[in-house]
Design a protein around this ligand. Structure first.
Ligand code: NAD
Ligand code: TYD
Length: 339
């Protein structure tokens, strides 16, 4: 079994590469990643010498490079994580989101059509469903919830999903799609809420909470997401969408307070800043389908997962300090300087 994992130098993709190499020692895992600001080769250092692993630096939007890789490797499956993934960046500069997230998906699927695969899996997001109101805790996203996007990021991911389903219906490409809630865990890029707050708190810097901090996200430990994708690519039905989430809704402000408490830092570091444009209020997944069909259940409780995550950031300071000492400084100044 040979699997191309795109975006494997990013947060979830790298965790998935580790999971697969560990669980299936006879599989070949090929990571295709263009190493954007979010991709980090040092993350993959522990597996670089593994004979079952190969890293290829190329963009999923580079048709020639992608087809060449398929020619060489004749993969059985593709799991497409590669994407521009940060909502705030999509608000600043939508174009690259359309190129990578939509056009890149098309090119990967065109290669799958030409060379033949047993499964193309699209890693999507619950953000394609838009948001839910805070005062209706009875409402959840199911696979039947209409697509209703808010940000250029979620619009690009939803567009890609529609294209994936079109390739299934039109060309019979054996596809699956997963739509997961917010992930957290090791190797999470420090522009996202949890790692940003950990890094800032450790540096005694202000903790910038957007708006009132009441927005709710449904947090899942990254390993549970990887296990769900593993199940879907092996046992999921083609042409189907599977929602992934662990019924772990939390308001942003409560997450930030937990991080302060765990790190023994004062809540006075919390600073309320200008809200995100079009900010989604609440995400909440109904994972009944993946549970009933594939038996998936999350294994890590938030209380344990956040402790493990904070411990990882404490023990791997070099990983994130290298990131925040570079180009990230310009990003931070631009996004938070006058907020
Ligand atoms: P990330 O930003 O940490 O990593 C993205 C990776 O893709 C990086 O390694 C980057 O170099 C690579 N990449 C970007 N453009 C590329 C291109 N053109 N060609 C090849 N590689 C490219 O993202 P993440 O948080 O790990 O998210 C991975 C996937 O999961 C995305 O598709 C995202 O939409 C989805 N997702 C993320 C979350 C979350 O909470 N982070 C939740 C649900 C779904
Ligand atoms: P983020 O990690 O960017 O994920 P997403 O927007 O894809 O859910 O943000 C999670 C939540 O945290 C979101 O409601 C925005 C909020 N947030 C802040 O309040 N401050 C920050 O500095 C960041 C990055 C996010």
């Amino acid at each position: 079994m040979t699997i191309i994992v795109t975006g494997g130098a990013g947060f979830i993709g790298s965790n998935f590469v580790f999971h697969m190499l560990n669980k299936y020692p006879d599989y070949r895992i090929i990571c295709l990643d263009s190493l954007t600001y979010a991709g980090n080769l040092s993350t993959l250092a522990p597996v670089m010498d593994n004979p079952c692993f190969r890293f290829v630096k190329a963009s999923i939007t580079d048709r020639e490079a992608v087809f060449k890789l398929f020619e060489e490797e004749k993969p059985d499956m593709v799991v497409n994580f590669a994407a521009e993934s940060h909502v705030d960046r999509s608000i600043e500069n939508p174009g690259i989101f359309l190129e990578t997230n939509i056009m890149g998906t098309q090119i990967m699927m065109d290669a799958c059509r030409k060379y033949g695969i047993t499964r193309y899996h699209q890693v999507s997001t619950d953000e394609v469903y838009g948001d839910l109101p805070l005062d209706r805790p009875d409402l959840f996203f199911t696979e039947e919830t209409p697509i209703h996007t808010s940000s250029p990021y979620s619009a690009s991911k939803a567009s890609a999903d529609l294209l994936v389903l079109a390739y299934y219906r039109t060309y019979g490409l054996p596809v699956t799609i997963s739509r997961c809630s917010n992930n957290y865990g090791p190797y999470h890029f420090p522009e996202k809420l949890i790692p940003l707050m950990i890094a800032n708190a450790l540096n005694d810097k202000p903790l910038p909470v957007y708006g009132t901090g009441e927005n709710v996200r449904d947090w899942l430990y990254v390993e549970d997401h990887c296990k769900a994708i593993d199940l879907i690519i092996h046992k999921g039905r083609t042409g189907e969408v599977y929602n992934i989430g662990g019924h772990n809704e939390m308001a942003n402000i409560d997450i930030v307070k937990i991080i302060c408490k765990e790190l023994n830092k004062p809540e006075s570091l919390i600073t309320y800043v200008t809200d995100r444009k079009g900010h989604d209020m609440r995400y909440a997944i109904d994972p009944a389908k993946i549970h009933n069909e594939l038996g998936w259940l999350p294994e890590t409780r938030f209380a344990d997962g956040i402790k493990k995550t904070i411990k990882w950031y404490l023990e791997n300071r070099e990983w994130w300090e290298t990131i925040i000492s570079g180009e990230y400084q310009n990003y931070y100044e631009k996004m938070y300087g006058n907020r």
